[in-house]
Structures are given as structure tokens and as C-alpha cells.
Design a protein around this ligand. Structure first.
Ligand SMILES: [Cu+2]
Length: 266
């Protein structure tokens, strides 16, 4: 699949977040655009206004005799209570977003494991026979030839189905790496000896680019992440081309989960 300009990758002269293609990304961007930015703007302008007011009104030339005022209970209560209220209001969507980001994957979700190596990524598919795809950066010339951005393209991609929750696990094989794709609002450390996991949900098929985001050594800047989301059927075709299995493995997981349920004694 070819990437679309401006989708799932940085844009020229871009200065804010990339467009989002996951529900969590949309929620987070909404909070940033409609809550954080207005609040930050209003507070900054208000403080600036107060500063200017104080500088003009209480300048030395207009006040030959300095005021000795040191306390004002009413104003102290106001400047304590108002910021507390603002923080409490902000905390509601903030904590809700945090909780949504760490909701566990539903039962039966496809599991994909990303392993950070010095300095490339490996993507394995435990539900599809356990094969692993090794992903290395392409040379600039090769990337351009394929219609992709230099430094961001990889020879093999992490292929996943679109429109369904994926249990994405990360780990590191040598040092700490981090799996990050800005347009999917996804960033998770890949730590040796540990499995981290988070739900990845990509709303529509496409190619989404990211990079290792934890300084991991000499070629840290050269281990891009390329996620290709395909419709379910196309994804299954791809799994078969990789020598993987579709169906029975997933069924086996479901059956195992079902039989693990306690059954009432006869
Ligand atoms: Cu790395």
C-alpha cells in the first residue's frame, strides 16, 4: 500500500500535532485543542495584563511614597480558589483520557508484539503461528523510489487489520527502545525483560509512520516504524504470504478461554 501525502506522517512546515487516525488520538487532540489551548491562552493573557497594569500603575514616578500594603485576605482567597477550580475542571477530561489510554484489550483481540533491537524492529504475531517480521530502514534512494519519505521508510512493515482493537505489546531485546507513532497517538516503551501493552485501534486502512523514541544507541535515529493497516481480509492474505496461520489459532484461544471458565459441579 502506498502512503498518502499528509496522512500518517509529518508534513512540511508542520508545527502542531499530526492528524489523528485512532479514537484515542481524536479524544486527546480534542482535549488539547478545545480545553488546554483556550485555558492556556486566557491565563497567559490575563497574567500579562496584570503585569502591565502593575508596571504602569505602581511605577516609581507615580508613587513617590511606597505603599506598605502586605496582606489582603479577600484577594488571597480568590487567587487560591480560582486556580484550584480550574485544575479540578481540567482534571476530569484529563483523568478520563488517561484511563481510556490504558483500558485493557478486549478478549479475542489480535495480539502483535513489537521488539526493539539495536537498531531495527521485529514484529511477531503469536496468534497467527508466531512468525516474526524484521523491519530495517530503507536507504534514502530506495525510499524515494517507492514513493515514501527518506528516513521514515522500512523494508518490511508492521501489518495489522484496520477497524479493530489490537493488543500491541512491546519489549526490548538489548536496551530500552520506544515504539511511537504520532498519528495514532501511540507511544510505549520497549523494555528488556518486560512486556508492556496497550490497545492500538486504527480507524482506516493506510500507512502510518513513527520512530524509535528512546535514545538507544548509535543508530537510534535510523530505526523507523511503519504500520500498515489493511482491511481484515487483506490482512489475513498477508499473514498467509508470511507463512502464518489464520483462524484456527484464534479459535483455539477462544476455546481455551471458554474452558478456563469454572463449570458448576454436576
Ligand atoms: Cu531504539
Amino acid at each position: 500500500m502506498k502512503p498518502v501525502d499528509g496522512v500518517g506522517q509529518p508534513v512540511a512546515k508542520g508545527w502542531t500535532f499530526q492528524d489523528q487516525y485512532s479514537p484515542i488520538g481524536e479524544e486527546a487532540l480534542r482535549m488539547h485543542d478545545y480545553m488546554l489551548m483556550p485555558v492556556i491562552t486566557v491565563i497567559t493573557l490575563f497574567v500579562l495584563l496584570l503585569l502591565l497594569l502593575v508596571m504602569v500603575r505602581f511605577r516609581r514616578s507615580a508613587n513617590p511614597v511606597a505603599s506598605k500594603t502586605s496582606h489582603n485576605t479577600a484577594i488571597e482567597i480568590i487567587w487560591t480558589v480560582v486556580p484550584v477550580l480550574i485544575l479540578v475542571v481540567l482534571a476530569v477530561p484529563s483523568i478520563r483520557l488517561l484511563a481510556h489510554q490504558y483500558e485493557p484489550a478486549p478478549k479475542g483481540a489480535l495480539t502483535v508484539k513489537a521488539t526493539g533491537y539495536q537498531w531495527y524492529w521485529g514484529y511477531s504475531y503469536p496468534d497467527n503461528g508466531g512468525f516474526e517480521v524484521i523491519s530495517n530502514i530503507l536507504s534514502d534512494a530506495e525510499a524515494l523510489k517507492r514513493g515514501e519519505s527518506p528516513q521514515l521508510a522500512a523494508d518490511n512493515r508492521m501489518v495489522v487489520p484496520a477497524g479493530e482493537p489490537i493488543r500491541l505489546q512491546t519489549t526490548g531485546s538489548d536496551v530500552i527502545h520506544a515504539f511511537a507513532v504520532p498519528s495514532l497517538w501511540f507511544k510505549l516503551d520497549a523494555v528488556p525483560g518486560k512486556i508492556n501493552e496497550k490497545v492500538l485501534f486504527i480507524k482506516k486502512p493506510g500507512v502510518y509512520y513513527g520512530q524509535c523514541s528512546e535514545l538507544c544507541g548509535a543508530r537510534h535515529g535510523y530505526m523507523p516504524i511503519v504500520v500498515e493497516a489493511l482491511p481484515r481480509a487483506k490482512f489475513e492474505e498477508w499473514v498467509k504470504t508470511q507463512g502464518g496461520t489464520v483462524g484456527p489459532a484464534a479459535e483455539a484461544t477462544t476455546t481455551a478461554a471458554a474452558s478456563a471458565k469454572p463449570t458448576p459441579a454436576a
